[in-house]
Every structure is written in C-alpha cells, then in structure tokens.
Write a protein of this length. Structure first.
Length: 761
C-alpha cells in the first residue's frame, strides 16, 4: 500500500469535532487504570535489575497518569471549563508525553537488561500499541502517532545496536507489526466512518420515507406491496391493512401496472397522467419508479414515488382552456385560432383542397360601447357569436380575435377553385342575412351590419401570418366600401405603402427629437400608493400628430429601428431617475420599460444595459425590464441566457401582457421573473362576468405558485378595483382609474414627493 496515500486519506477523513474529543476522554479512563496496573507490574519485574532508576520512571508515569485521570474527571463533570479545542490540545500533549515515558523502556532501559527482559519490554510496548487501537480509536492520527512514539525508538535501538539473528528477526517483526498497526488503524477508522455514513444515510432515508410530501411505497418482484408511508395512505385513503400486501396486478389502470413491471426490468420508469384508484377516485399523478437490489445486485423489487398533481393539472388545464377561448363568448380566441390554423394548414387534405376564411368586423360597434355602455356591447358580441355558431357545420370554426372582430373558417371546401369561390359567395350572403334581423338587447332593437373580408386559402399554402394579413386588408377594404363584402386582391397592398412611408419617417424620429417619454403610475391596491411606474414612449409625428407605441413600435421592429428607440428610452429614464435622486425626490421602487425580446439577440445587450445604469450612478433594481409574452416566446432560445444574466446582476424582469401569447405556461418554470403583468383583456368585464373572476383567480394562483409579484393592467373603475382587492390585496395595478400615462412634468407633480419631507412626517 502507498503510505503517502494512506496518511493523506487519514488526514482527509479525520475531523476533530466535539464527538471525537468526548470519545477520547471517555475511553481514556479505563485505559489509564490499565496503565497504573501495568506500571506496577513493570516495577515488580524490573526493580530487581534496575533498582532506583525504574522507580523514578514509574513515579513519573504515575504522576502523569494521575493528572490525566483528574483531567478526565474534570472534563466529565465540567466540560465547559475550557474550550473544546483546548481540551483536545491538552489530551494530545498528555498522550504524547505518556508515549514518550513508555518509549524510554525501548531506547534507555532495554540496554540494561538481558534478552529475556528485552522481550518482556518489547511485549509491553507492543501491547500498549495494540491497546491504543481501542482507547484512541476516535482519532486515527493520534492513534498512529502514539504507536510511532512507542515503537520507532525501540525498532531503531534494536536495529542499530544489536546484530544477532534474534534481534534482526525481532527488528523485522516489529517493523511489519508497526506497518500492520498503521494499516489496521486506518482501516478501522475508515470502517467506522463508513458505518457512521451508512447509519446517517439510513436515518435520512427513513426520515424521508416517513415525512416526504410524496407518497412512497415498495413492492416485490411479484408486484405485492411491502411497505408504504403515511402520505400514500392519506393520498389514496387506504388503511395500512388495505395496502400492505396488495397485489398491484389488480389495479384497474393497466398503464400504471406496465410502469411498475418495466421498472423492475429496466431499472427506472416514470409516468405522468390520469389515474383512477381502486376507490374510483380520479387523480393526476407524477410517478417515478425504480428497482432496488441486494448486495449481490439481484433485483428484489421496486420503489415508487407518487406526487399528486391533480390540483395543479386541473388549474393548468382550466387556464389552458381559458386562454384559448374568449371568456365572453366561449369562442376560440386569438391563441385558439392560431392553434386551429396550424392544425388546418398541416392536415393532409389541405394539400389539395381550398379552404375559406371570413374576417368579420361589426360596423359602428364602438359607438354602441360609447353611447350604450360596455355591458350592452358585450351583450351584442354574445348575441352575434350565437348567431354565427348556429350557422356553422361541425367542421367549421368561428373565433373572436378580440374587440368586435370574428373569423370564420370553412375548411376543405372543394378541390375546384370555382366551386370554392361559389361556396364563399353563398356563405357570405348567409352571414349577412344573419344581420337582417335586429338584435334585441335589454329591450332595445339594435340594427347591426358587418364588414366581411374573404380569403380563399390555396391548397398547400401554410403562411398563417400572410393569410391573416390578407384577410385584414380585405376586411378594411369592405369597411371602406360601406360594409360590402371584399375579397383579397393584391391591389389592397397599396395601403402598405403608406405604412412604409411612416416607417421611413420613423428613421429620423430620434435624430430630430420627436420622441417623448410618458409615465403611467403603478399603484398598490391595499395602500393606494404609487410604488412604481411604466415608461411609455410617444412619437410626435410632424403631420400625423401624437402616435402611441402601438402605432409605430411594430413598424420599428420590422424596420430594425427598435434597438435605437429602446436605448433612447433607457437613456431618458436614466436621466430622469438621476435627476430625481439628486433632487431627493426619488421614492419609487423602480421604473419599468418595455423591451422587445428580439433585442436580446444583439451582442452584449446585458452589458450595455448595465453600463448605462452605471454611467448614471443608478442601482440595478432602479429599472425593470418588461418583455411581452409573445416576443419572449418567439425568441426564447436566444433570450433565456440574457434574462438569467440580467437577473443575476440584480435587474428585475417582468412578463408583460400575460395570457395573450401562444404558449405562456411552459416558460414560467424556466425563467425566474420578478413580476407578472396580466393583460387588461382579462379584467375588462370582470365586474359583470363571473367567469372572468374565475379566470383571473386562476392566473393569480399560477403567479403565486411561482412567487411572482403581480400587476393588473387596465383598471378603469372602482368596482374592478374592489373585486381585485378581494381576490388579493397584495396586487398592484395601473390604469385610467388612477391615472393615464402623463408626461414627466405631470408625473413629477402627481407621484413624486420630497423624500426628506416624507422622513420628517
């Protein structure tokens, strides 16, 4: 064995903690009594030969032993007299001194006796070394040191001063014994350490088995239950006698049985899905199963861990349904429509069949909302959706994209284009006929017309965005034509030219100082205090006047100008915050700014962002980044690392317009956002529609599950505020009910106060 590695392993294994010191003092008492007895025997044996010198030796040993017994007594009855580290040092010193006294037998007194008594001295020292394996077993290093002091002087003396065959054999034997002793001490310590580790692991596993929030059970190779914990019995409402010994082959769910069988064969198996118990209760479970073996690696059975995810799955399923369906009408919403379209354009029949898309918009609907109220408007939308649904066959689809816009799809109409066009004309007339009869809302007869844009979807064409764009263009053309029907035509793209001109003007917006920054307060519901604000950019166009972000930000993204605008917004916010801090008027948690996730693709976005904050002397939590759910999802692979890096540096991030994207829930677990901003569409009708209350409550549950701060957008009245306060008083909100977005001067007056004055008050 490599001695260097041996001593290194001992050094690594050894830890002098309190338990080691206690063990050393506890074991020393009996060992010291043996030392006293041994000293007496040595006096009896050697006194006739050594006379007074052995008495001096014995007296020294007795005094030291007495002192050590006294120390052991004090340690037992008053361990706090010294620090544990000092107790340990005292013990080590006393042990070394004891070993040195005994070692004098081997290099001083051994010369003064004949061979018979020399063997006696060797036996005494070897015996002491052997006895130390017990008395000093708690400390391997001290144990080896003790044996080395006892034996090495003896070995050296015999080896260098005696050359008889007997002494040579004795020297070799002592060397081999010493090495064996070192190895034995090391092995004993390692075994003890392994035993302690195994015992700790056993206790840990036993505690885990009993107290884990998961249902845990073991079963043998015949699928008979051996044991289970309380959580499993509680989960499935079993008594111990019911489940212990249960034959798992009898479970009604064959998928679970296959998982249990495969785990024994394959080693591990997992399952997540529905499960119906023997008591006919339905669950959604996440099961992890693995085999366990004996010391010979023969499989004995399996261990199963069951997590009840019924509530989570139900909440996610309900929310998934809700985010795909319009809460007012029950029709597919924009996300649901998108999923439907993806299935349609990838279906085999789409390769040869024409399909028809009708883009429907209600004329003058805004005037109904403005003059009669949103409740009447909602009743109109509900009535329209019912009429449209009654017109459709089982394979057709109607969705509400938002506002007063509906889309109808008739899939796989015909392989002949002329017949498909004929079907489109006939069905569009049927749609218009639906609006001939007035809508009776709250005893009012409302005559409503619609504008319909029609797109004939060519076989094999899969560009959903382009299809919707064509439908949108044709619908607006129908509006221009006083509510007539309009088919998509390439000439409609002329309107796009105007957007191109606007996009061209946008290039000079920053250079010509046409951008300005507005702030909308974010308010705590419980205290009704402004705690932060959202920065919103405005474009003062030379001819078109003030344009809101939705009027030009999409153009900026398409034109690649969004980065220039974003850095301008960041710089302006930094200027404002820096000024407020210098004026001692900064009393907000943060200012949030909108960043399109596409910008994270830029090189060193995070470094540039942090550099700008440092340039103005701001803290990393002074500005929060808002990322729209849709832009995050579309660019997730590129943005995950950037968001995590910003978060590590202390920059807070929020997911904006939550619920309006296509696959929002799958990303909540992957990124640690600070804030979740719920889109205003979810609370628009909350005071009159209980289903919206349920939807918002479900979203809040999800947000709380991930420990997000939650901000509700678009609060317009006190009733909405009260309903949200009842759901969660910790919420924050923004909206016209408190304040619209205002310029920096108005925001300063409205929301900021002198910090010194606040402290005095």
């Amino acid at each position: 064995m490599n001695l260097k590695r041996l001593f290194s392993s001992i050094k690594e294994l050894q830890t002098v903690d309190d338990s080691v010191i206690i063990a050393l003092y506890t074991l020393s008492t009996r060992a010291l009594l043996v030392v006293v007895l041994l000293a007496i025997l040595i006096i009896i044996a050697l006194y006739p030969i050594l006379d007074g010198s052995i008495l001096v030796w014995a007296l020294s040993l007795m005094l030291l032993t007495g002192y050590r017994l006294y120390s052991a007594y004090i340690f037992k009855h008053n361990p706090k007299k010294y620090a544990m580290a000092l107790w340990y040092k005292k013990f080590v010193f006393d042990v070394i001194l004891t070993a040195l006294i005994f070692s004098t037998l081997g290099f001083i007194f051994i010369h003064q006796v004949d061979h018979y008594y020399q063997l006696y001295i060797v036996a005494v020292l070897v015996g002491l070394s052997l006895g130390s394996t017990v008395s000093l077993s708690a400390d391997a290093r001290l144990n080896i040191m003790y044996s080395a002091i006892l034996l090495l002087p003896l070995i050296s003396t015999i080896a260098f001063l005696y050359d008889t065959p007997l002494h040579i054999i004795l020297t070799i034997s002592l060397i081999l014994y010493f090495l064996a002793q070192v190895i034995n001490i090391s092995n004993m310590y390692q075994q003890k350490n392994a035993f302690n580790t195994l015992q700790s692991e056993h206790m840990l596993l036993n505690s885990l088995f009993k107290n884990a929030p998961l249902g845990i059970f073991t079963y043998d190779k015949d699928l008979k239950v051996l044991e289970c914990n309380e959580q499993l019995k509680k989960l499935f409402e079993y008594e111990t006698d019911e489940i212990r010994g249960m034959d798992l082959h009898l479970l009604p769910d064959r998928d679970i049985v296959k998982v249990l069988e495969n785990a024994i064969i394959e080693g591990t198996e997992s399952y997540e899905g529905p499960y119906v118990s023997l008591k006919n209760k339905s669950f959604w479970i996440d099961a992890k199963v693995f085999s366990f073996t004996d010391l010979d690696n023969d499989i004995l059975g399996g261990v199963g861990m069951i997590e009840d995810k019924t509530k989570e799955h139900t909440a996610l399923t309900d929310l998934e349904y809700m985010v795909q369906h319009d809460v007012l009408t029950g029709l597919l919403n924009r996300r649901g429509f998108r999923n439907y379209m993806e299935n349609l354009v990838t279906s085999p029949k789409h390769q040869t069949y024409f399909s028809i898309l009708f883009y429907l918009d209600l004329n003058q609907f805004k005037s109904i909302n403005d003059s009669l109220g949103h409740q009447v408007g909602d009743d109109v939308l509900l009535a329209v959706s019912k009429r449209l649904t009654s017109l459709l066959g089982k394979d057709c689809m109607v969705s509400r994209l938002g506002g007063d816009e509906f889309i109808i799809i008739i899939p796989h109409v015909s392989e002949d284009k002329n017949m498909a066009n004929q079907e489109a004309e006939e069905f569009s007339r049927e749609i218009q006929d639906l609006f001939l009869e007035p809508f009776i809302i709250k005893e009012m007869h409302l005559h409503i017309k619609s504008s319909i844009g029609i797109v004939l979807m060519d076989p094999g064409y899969k560009d959903i965005v382009e299809i919707i764009r064509h439908a949108d263009l044709s619908m607006y053309q129908a509006k221009i034509d006083n509510g007539h029907i309009a088919y998509y035509d390439s000439s409609l793209d002329k309107q796009q030219k105007e957007l191109f001109i606007l996009q061209h003007d946008l290039i000079y917006a920053v250079k010509n100082n046409q951008l300005s920054l507005f702030y909308q307060p974010v308010v705590s519901i419980d205290e009704d205090v402004v705690c932060s604000a959202e920065a919103l950019v405005r474009w003062e166009h030379p001819t078109r006047g003030s344009l809101s972000p939705q009027d030009f930000i999409p153009l900026a993204i398409k034109a690649g100008l969004i980065s220039q605008i974003t850095w301008w917004v960041l710089d302006t916010i930094c200027q404002h915050i820096s000024h407020w801090k210098k004026e001692n008027r900064w009393n907000l948690e943060y200012i949030s700014m909108n960043v399109n996730a596409q910008q994270f693709v830029e090189n060193d976005f995070a470094r540039g962002f942090l550099k700008k904050l440092k340039e103005y002397g701001l803290e990393t939590n002074d500005i929060m980044i808002e990322i729209t759910e849709r832009s995050l999802i579309d660019n997730f692979d590129y943005t995950e690392d950037v968001i995590n890096e910003l978060r590590r540096q202390g920059v807070r991030c929020a997911i904006d317009d939550f619920g309006t994207g296509y696959s929002s829930l799958s990303y909540l677990k992957k990124l640690s956002f600070h804030t979740l901003k719920i889109d205003k569409e979810f609370i628009k009708n909350i005071e009159s529609n209980p289903s919206e209350v349920h939807l918002v409550s479900s979203i809040l549950d999800i947000g709380r599950q991930f420990n997000y701060n939650i901000v509700i957008e678009g609060i317009e009245n006190e009733r909405q505020l009260e309903l949200l306060r009842e759901l969660d008083p910790r919420l924050r909100y923004q909206g016209y009910h408190f304040s619209k977005a205002v310029n920096v001067e108005e925001f300063d007056k409205l929301c900021l106060k002198n910090v010194t004055e606040i402290q005095i008050l």
